[in-house]
Ligand binder design. Structure first.
Ligand SMILES: *[C@@H]1O[C@H](CO)[C@@H](O)[C@H](O)[C@H]1NC(C)=O
Ligand SMILES: *[C@@H]1O[C@H](CO)[C@@H](O)[C@H](O)[C@H]1NC(C)=O
Ligand SMILES: *[C@@H]1O[C@H](CO)[C@@H](O)[C@H](O)[C@H]1NC(C)=O
Ligand SMILES: *[C@@H]1O[C@H](CO)[C@@H](O)[C@H](O)[C@H]1NC(C)=O
Ligand SMILES: *[C@@H]1O[C@H](CO)[C@@H](O)[C@H](O)[C@H]1NC(C)=O
Ligand SMILES: [Cu+2]
Length: 557
C-alpha cells in the first residue's frame, strides 16, 4: 500500500471523528527566470522558484493557501481544477466569476476541504495566465484507494506545450481582426515535468502509479511507453474499472493515472517512452498547414538500471489512442436520468462587432461583466434566477436536483477539450470525428459512463454530458484551450440559485473587490434593480490588457 509523504507544515486537528489535518502553504507569486527548454524567459513562479510546487493532502484534510501577489505588474488568482468546492464556491478562483482579481501587493487566502481523492492541478484562472507558468499538481491521497494494493510507488508526469513569448502579446495577436483564420499561437516546444529531464525509475518487480497531468494551453499529447502497457485506474479525478491501454491522447487539463509494472523480463535494459504533440488534430481548425517545426516528440526512459544506456527511441507506427469514451466508472453508476434540463451549446469561431476574432457558443461570445457572477447570485434575491441579470456571460440556470444534460456540438474540425467546474460529469455520448451535431436521442450510448471533468470533443462531432445539480454555485463551462478561453469560449452555469441567497462570501474577498471599485452586489453592472441593464458590457473590449493592472472594466475582458 502506497503511503504518502505530506508537507511538514500540516497541523493535526480532530474533525468528524477522524484525524484530519490542515495543510498550509504560504505562497508568494513572483516573476522568476527559467529555461525549461534551454531558452530563458520570465515565468510566473512561487516563492522565487519555478516549477511551482505541488499541493499534497489526504482526503478530509483542509487545504489553506495564503497567496500573496508579488508580480508587481499583473493581477492573479488561483483555481483548483477538479475540486468541486462544495459550500465554498467563492474559492473556485475564476476571476470576475467567483472572486475579483488579486491586485499586486495584495494577499488572498484560499481554504477548502480536500473532500475527494485524485489527481488535480491548480492554475491561474485570471485571464490567460497559466501558460506563463502559474500551474502545478494537486494530489489528494485516498486512504481507501480501491487500487491501493496494486502499486508500491508513484510519480507525477506533467506534459505541456511551451511558448517563448508571454501570454499577453500572444493573445493580442490572436484576437486581432487580422487573424483571418482564428489561428492560435504556435508553441515553441513541449516540456515534460516542466523541463526536458523526466526519466522514471522502474524497479523490476514493482508497480508504479504514474499520474499524468496536462498543463497544456493548446496541444494534445500522445503518450506511449515502450515495452509496457498502461493500466488506467483514474481519469481526471474519477476511478474507472481498470483498463489496459497501449496509447493515450491527453488533451489540455486532462489527467490519467496509470499503473506501469516492471516485470522480471525487464532486467537488462531501459525502456524509452514517447510524449508526442498531436499535430494534425489541433490544426485542422485553422485550415492552415502546420509548419514543419510544429512537430515535437519528447523521449523519457523507464530506468531499470542507471548504468545501462538510454539511447533508443520509442517509435509508434500509427497513433491510435484508446477511445476515452470507453472507460467505465469504477462504481458502475448507470447513466443518470430522466433528464430534467437540457443545455445545448453549439461551438464555432466568430467575430464580434469590431471584427475581432472570437469563439462563440450559440453565436454568442462570453463578455465579462462588472460584478462577479457569484456575487450577483448571492445578492439579487429571487431575481438571481433570471439569466438576463448576469449580462453577456452566457448564463444557464438549473435548479437544485435537476438532472442536467449538457450537449456540446463542436462545429469546428479540431478536438476541443471542454471543462465544467464543480462536477465530475458523466460522458454519456462522445462519438467519433465527423459524427455531426447531436440529434436529440435520449438513449445514451454509454449506459455505464465514465465520469470526469474535461471531455475532449472530436472535430465536427459532439459530446453529451450528464450531472445532478446538487452543488449550488456559479461554475464556468469552457474549452480548456487557454487561447479559446481568451476568445470567449466560456459559458456560466448558475446552479441552484434558490440556494445562493446570501451566500457567505469571505470579507477578504469583498474587500479585495471594493479596493478595486468592483461592485460586490447587484446585477452584471452592479445595479440593485436586476432589470436595469444600464452599464452592462455588451461588446468585448478592443484592447486586450491581459492581466495587466489596472484594466478598464474591473479586470475582465
Ligand atoms: C498571508 O501572507 C501575508 C504576507 O506574508 C501576511 O501579511 C498575512 O498575514 C498572511 N495571512 C494569513 C491569513 O496568514
Ligand atoms: C511584467 O514584468 C515581467 C518581469 O519583469 C515582464 O517580463 C513582463 O513583460 C511584464 N508584463 C507586463 C504586462 O508588463
Ligand atoms: C514572439 O517574440 C518574438 C521576439 O520578440 C517576435 O519576433 C515574435 O513576433 C513574437 N511572436 C508573437 C506571436 O507574438
Ligand atoms: C515523433 O514520433 C512519431 C512516432 O514515432 C514519428 O512518427 C514522428 O516522425 C516523430 N517526429 C519527430 C519530429 O521526430
Ligand atoms: C448561429 O448562426 C447561424 C448562421 O447565421 C445560424 O444558422 C444558426 O441557427 C445560429 N445558431 C443559433 C443557436 O442561434
Ligand atoms: Cu479549469
Amino acid at each position: 500500500m502506497y503511503k504518502s509523504t505530506l508537507p511538514t507544515l500540516a497541523l493535526l486537528a480532530q474533525a468528524a471523528g477522524t484525524w484530519a489535518s490542515t495543510v498550509i502553504y504560504e505562497w508568494d507569486v513572483t516573476w522568476v527566470n527559467a529555461s525549461p527548454d534551454g531558452f530563458e524567459r520570465p515565468v510566473i513562479g512561487i516563492n522565487g522558484e519555478w516549477p511551482c510546487p505541488p499541493i499534497k493532502a489526504n482526503v478530509g484534510d483542509t487545504i489553506l493557501i495564503n497567496m500573496t501577489n508579488s508580480l508587481g505588474n499583473q493581477t492573479t488568482g488561483l483555481h483548483f481544477h477538479g475540486i468541486n468546492q462544495i459550500n465554498t464556491n467563492f474559492m473556485d478562483g475564476a476571476s470576475m466569476v467567483n472572486q475579483c482579481p488579486v491586485l499586486p501587493g495584495s494577499s488572498m487566502t484560499y481554504e477548502f476541504v480536500a473532500d475527494a481523492p485524485g489527481t488535480f492541478w491548480y492554475h491561474s484562472h485570471n485571464m490567460g495566465q497559466y501558460p506563463d507558468g502559474l500551474r502545478g499538481p494537486l494530489i489528494i491521497y485516498d486512504p481507501n484507494d480501491p487500487y491501493g494494493n496494486d502499486y508500491e510507488n508513484e510519480v507525477i508526469l506533467t506534459v505541456s506545450d511551451w511558448y517563448h513569448n508571454q501570454t499577453i502579446p500572444l493573445v493580442q495577436q490572436l484576437l486581432s481582426p487580422d487573424n483571418a483564420q482564428f489561428r492560435p499561437p504556435i508553441p515553441d516546444t513541449l516540456i515534460v515535468n516542466e523541463g526536458s529531464d523526466f526519466n522514471i525509475q522502474l524497479d523490476v518487480g514493482k508497480t508504479y502509479r504514474v499520474r499524468i497531468i496536462s498543463f497544456a494551453a493548446l496541444a494534445s499529447f500522445m503518450v506511449h511507453f515502450g515495452g509496457h502497457s498502461m493500466e488506467v485506474i483514474t481519469i481526471d479525478a474519477s476511478y474507472v474499472q481498470k483498463q489496459e491501454v497501449d496509447q493515450l491522447r491527453v488533451t489540455p487539463a486532462q489527467r490519467y493515472d496509470v499503473l506501469i509494472t516492471g516485470s522480471e523480463s525487464d532486467h537488462g535494459q531501459n525502456f524509452p517512452f514517447l510524449v508526442a504533440m498531436d499535430v494534425n488534430r489541433d490544426f485542422e481548425a485553422t485550415g492552415t498547414t502546420p509548419p514543419v517545426s510544429w512537430n515535437f516528440n519528447a523521449t523519457g526512459y523507464l530506468i531499470t538500471d542507471p548504468n545501462l544506456p538510454t539511447d533508443s527511441v520509442d517509435v509508434v507506427q500509427t497513433f491510435q489512442p484508446y477511445d476515452e469514451s470507453l472507460f467505465v466508472s469504477y462504481d458502475l453508476q448507470p447513466a443518470l436520468g430522466p433528464v430534467t434540463k437540457t443545455w445545448v451549446l453549439d461551438f464555432n469561431f466568430c467575430r464580434d462587432e469590431n471584427g475581432y476574432s472570437r469563439a462563440c457558443f450559440n453565436n454568442q461570445t462570453y463578455i465579462g461583466q462588472k460584478t462577479p457572477a457569484l456575487y450577483s447570485a448571492a445578492t439579487l434575491g429571487d431575481k438571481n434566477s433570471d439569466p438576463t441579470a448576469y449580462g453577456g456571460v452566457l448564463p444557464f440556470i438549473v435548479n437544485y436536483g435537476d438532472i442536467v444534460e449538457l450537449v456540446v456540438n463542436n462545429l469546428d474540425g479540431a478536438i476541443h477539450p471542454f471543462h465544467l467546474h464543480g462536477h465530475q460529469f458523466q460522458v454519456v455520448e462522445r462519438p467519433h470525428t465527423g459524427a455531426g451535431v447531436w440529434t436529440g436521442s435520449n438513449v445514451p450510448s454509454n449506459p455505464i459512463p465514465s465520469k470526469r471533468d474535461v471531455v475532449s470533443v472530436n472535430g465536427n462531432s459532439h459530446a453529451v454530458l450528464r450531472f445532478v445539480a446538487d452543488n449550488p454555485g456559479v461554475f464556468l463551462f469552457h474549452c480548456h484551450i487557454e487561447w479559446h478561453v481568451e476568445m470567449g469560449l466560456t459559458a456560466t452555469l448558475i446552479e441552484a440559485p434558490e440556494k445562493l441567497h446570501g451566500y457567505p462570501i469571505p470579507q477578504e474577498m469583498i474587500d479585495s473587490c471594493q479596493s478595486q471599485g468592483i461592485p460586490v452586489s447587484g446585477n452584471a453592472a452592479g445595479n440593485s434593480n436586476a432589470d436595469d441593464t444600464a452599464g452592462f458590457v455588451t461588446i468585448p473590449p478592443t484592447t486586450y490588457y491581459g492581466a495587466t493592472y489596472p484594466s478598464p472594466n474591473g479586470g475582465s475582458a
